[in-house]
Design a protein around this ligand. Structure first.
Ligand code: 13P
Length: 253
């Protein structure tokens, strides 16, 4: 079944790169990834979005944001709304990254509100789930990630769930150089897919793109992305380097 799903490679730049660096990076990336059969997304800081969108015009690179508020407007100083993103041409938005859950009080409830707000504004959410090292060592990893998945998707239609991208990112593997073994990552992703199957049935579960994230590099991406249930990756550090990122994007089955 996995062969029917495309591979989606998304870069998450986190809080890195200025507008001029963004435009320079994208100009150089365009020719390197133009023939890939995989989908390419770059999730850049808010201040880079407009420049990134101008730079990727008429190319196969799509642009995403890394967060947003769930309200469309109002007295929320410092926040960016889903329709603001939509209005400039953003197509994707990362929701519930573990760094936002850890440092910025993102909860399963706000994640669910943001996912719904994203769909209302025709943005595709990239929903992050993942367990801490402590939870993993206590044997709770599967319970944590399936519960996060269930709460994030609550109240969505089948069509919306089919269009959701989920990123399984074990927190202990983010920025640490430690990757989950491809078998472990695949098993966790299967557990997420099973949960979606329980909620929405086999057809929906088999359509959802579920990525792996956590120290993905050009040297380990093939092993990870050729597993049955891993549909590409959400790439942090390695997405800041043109050569590394283009190699990951050009991964072949
Ligand atoms: P690294 O690839 O730097 O480990 O980051 C993963 C991540 O958090 C992507 O969202």
């Amino acid at each position: 079944m996995s062969t029917e799903r495309k591979k989606v490679i998304a870069g998450n730049w986190k809080m890195n790169k200025l507008p001029n660096e963004t435009m320079d990076f994208i100009d150089k990336l365009i020719p390197l990834v133009q023939n890939t059969e995989n989908e390419v997304i770059l999730c850049v800081p808010f201040t880079d979005l407009f420049y990134a969108l101008l730079s990727v015009q008429d190319t196969n690179i799509k642009i995403g944001a890394q967060n947003m508020h769930y309200e469309e407007n109002g007295a929320y100083t410092g926040e960016i709304s889903p329709n603001m993103l939509k209005s400039i041409g953003v197509q994707y938005v990362i929701i519930g990254h573990s760094e936002r859950r850890q440092y910025f009080n993102e909860t399963d409830e706000t994640v669910n509100k943001k996912v719904k707000a994203a769909f209302k504004n025709e943005l595709i959410p990239i929903v992050c789930v993942g367990e801490t090292l402590e939870q993993r060592e206590q044997g709770k990893a599967e319970e944590v990630i399936t519960t996060q998945t269930e709460l994030a998707l609550q109240g969505l239609t089948e069509e919306q769930v089919k269009n959701t991208i989920i990123a399984y990112e074990p927190i202990w593997a983010i920025g640490t150089g430690k990757t989950a073994t491809s078998e472990d990552a695949n098993n966790s992703i299967k557990a997420i897919r099973n949960k979606i199957c329980q909620m929405y049935g086999q057809n929906v579960a088999q359509s959802v793109i579920i990525q792996y994230g956590g120290s993905v590099k050009s040297s380990n991406c093939t092993e990870l992305f050729t597993m049955s249930d891993i549909d590409g990756g959400l790439v942090g550090g390695a997405s800041l380097d043109i050569e590394e990122f283009s190699k990951i994007v050009n991964f072949k089955k």
